[in-house]
Design a protein around this ligand. Structure first.
Ligand SMILES: *[C@@H]1O[C@H](CO)[C@@H](O)[C@H](O)[C@H]1NC(C)=O
Ligand SMILES: *[C@@H]1O[C@H](CO)[C@@H](O)[C@H](O)[C@H]1NC(C)=O
Ligand SMILES: *[C@@H]1O[C@H](CO)[C@@H](O)[C@H](O)[C@H]1NC(C)=O
Length: 505
């Protein structure tokens, strides 16, 4: 069973978590601060731009390492090219550290009035759908920023590396795809090695400027500050490839990979001209196009589209580095080319990092007003039922605290009308009541794996905390909140448990 494995992984890999749990176990039942400290607890440290250099030493409990020690191999990369790759990696880290605390990107903190800027809507869609991607987005950025590395990713002790090559092992650099670089996951038919592999093509070295050159031209006014594409560089391409790598648990730990589920380049189903290759959702205007699509199932593609991560980060970098307003250009559209002034990078049929997805290049889009609408539906949807016979607040908080160890674990599949207590002890149970069918079919683990709807304990616990924040009175707590997505509907309810725990099937 996966649970044991996950538990040992979590305990082994995050010393930050243990001290965090100690911390919240101490603070009694002050609901607001429990809720806040739980959402604050992500164990990472965001670096200031000036702190990030190739030689920056990151101190860990296992020893010290430098940033660039995370890259290995360099087969076929002449010395000067290797230097450019290392510089690109450092630049990628600078760019991605600019996003700040990843839980605040589209997260919500009970009791806090943190307000997201326009970039959150432009790249992650309307606020109504943020809870669908909350964990994916914060988890992916958490793993990409250097601080995530410090505590549980990417250093020599844990054997976590990106394998770098320039010898074009799949013979794709000179094809009509027009690639700058490509990534392959470990243990796949493309790549039998054990580390995620990133290959850089001659175009990367010959035609792409460094981040520094871009910054120079923005500083001297040659390029305007209103468009994150003006920061496109070897650093942003490195970041793109990094987001393609998949975070997997291996042996007792995690690999160096970043996205979970895997971030791909989505391509529209209508554009399958395989003789030519098809266009991908590359660049800022196409990333925004995905976010603005009216159909919510389609719009959710933002959470797994690589360039939504890259251009969101380039936008925050632009704002932080130049202390300037949000770069609003270019507007959402699927116009060509994907990147101004560059040839289209086309995808071939057998490219494992692209996905033919269910959208076309002329979908109906939300108006600006609809996209930027503030939604308070979550709070209004909470139904409180706290009474003398409700569970004791302290008991329920204890369960929430203990379940916090499992934040990355997926929620179980279940049948409509059935329930599953994903957390309980005597006196309090947190019940997931399925409304739509979350199961593919059957009760075996493989089917359940597929049926998980992409939702995790983290998502469920965050919703549970909203109930707690709104409904706790006089040491008691009871209530429920709608949970899930259109196609995976459920509610979460805090109840007094009776009888055997239901399993949802
Ligand atoms: C190394 O970089 C140069 C340009 O600086 C480029 O012409 C050459 O193709 C690169 N080598 C490889 C193997 O990519
Ligand atoms: C920077 O500006 C100069 C002068 O206009 C131009 O030749 C160069 O290509 C620009 N480089 C970048 C990376 O924008
Ligand atoms: C699901 O399983 C049930 C019982 O095993 C079977 O009768 C039903 O046809 C299955 N449904 C689908 C969609 O496969």
């Amino acid at each position: 069973m996966k649970l044991t494995h996950f538990l040992s992984t979590a305990l082994l890999s995050s010393h930050g978590l243990a001290s965090f749990l100690e911390h919240i176990l101490d603070i009694g039942s002050d609901v607001e601060s429990v809720a806040e400290s739980i959402l604050d607890s992500v164990d990472f440290y965001v670096f200031e731009e000036s702190e990030i250099e190739a030689t920056t030493i990151v101190k860990t409990s296992k020893g010290d390492f430098t940033i660039e020690s995370r890259l290995t191999g360099f087969k076929g990369c002449p010395g000067d090219n290797q230097t450019k790759i290392q510089e690109a990696f450092v630049d990628a880290l600078k760019i991605v550290n600019s996003v700040g605390n990843p839980t605040e990107i589209i997260g919500r903190k009970p009791g806090s009035d943190y307000e997201q800027g326009q970039e959150a809507y432009d790249y992650w869609g309307p606020q109504k759908q943020w809870s669908d991607g909350l964990f994916t987005v914060s988890g992916n950025y958490k793993r990409a920023i250097l601080g995530g590395t410090e505590t549980w990713r990417g250093d020599w002790w844990w054997d976590r590396y990106f394998q770098i090559t320039c010898d074009d092992p799949l013979d794709r650099c000179s094809s009509k795809e027009g690639l700058h670089a490509y990534e392959n996951d470990p243990n796949t038919k493309e790549h039998s090695g054990k580390y995620p592999r990133i290959n850089f093509c001659p175009r990367f070295f010959e035609f792409q400027p460094s981040l520094k050159e871009r910054i120079g031209n923005i500083t001297n006014g040659v390029l305007p500050k209103d468009n994150p594409e003006n920061l496109r560089s070897r650093g942003s391409i490195m970041l793109h490839e990094m987001f393609h790598t998949v975070a997997n648990s291996v042996e007792v730990s995690w690999n160096a990979g970043i996205s979970q589920p895997k971030a791909v380049d989505h391509k529209p189903y209508e554009d399958q001209d395989s003789s030519r290759g098809s266009e991908k959702a590359y660049g800022a205007h196409r990333a925004k196009y995905l976010a603005k699509m009216k159909n919510r199932a389609m719009s959710r593609l933002v959470f797994t589209n690589t360039d939504n991560y890259v251009y969101y980060a380039l936008s925050t970098y632009m704002m932080k580095h130049f202390k300037t307003a949000y770069p609003e250009e270019p507007p959402a559209s699927w116009s060509a080319p994907a990147i101004q002034g560059e040839d289209e990078e086309l995808s071939t049929d057998d490219d494992p990092n692209t996905a033919v997805s269910d959208f076309s290049t002329d979908e109906p889009l939300l108006s600006d007003e609809e996209l930027y609408q503030q939604s308070s539906e979550d709070d209004e949807d909470i139904t409180c039922s706290t009474s003398d016979s409700s569970p004791a607040l302290e008991t329920c908080l204890e369960i929430i605290r203990s379940q916090w160890t499992y934040t990355e674990l997926r929620l179980n599949a279940g049948r409509p009308g059935k329930s599953w207590w994903f957390a309980y002890q005597t006196g309090c149970a947190i019940s997931l009541n399925y409304i739509s069918d979350w199961s593919v079919n059957g009760t075996d683990e493989a089917a359940a794996e597929e049926a998980i709807c992409g939702l995790t304990y983290y998502d469920a616990l965050v919703s549970t905390l909203s109930i707690v924040t709104k409904c706790a009175t006089d040491g008691k707590i009871g209530g429920k909140i709608p949970f899930g997505r259109d196609d995976c509907k459920a509610e979460i309810e805090i109840i007094v448990p009776h009888g055997l725990p239901p399993t949802g099937i």
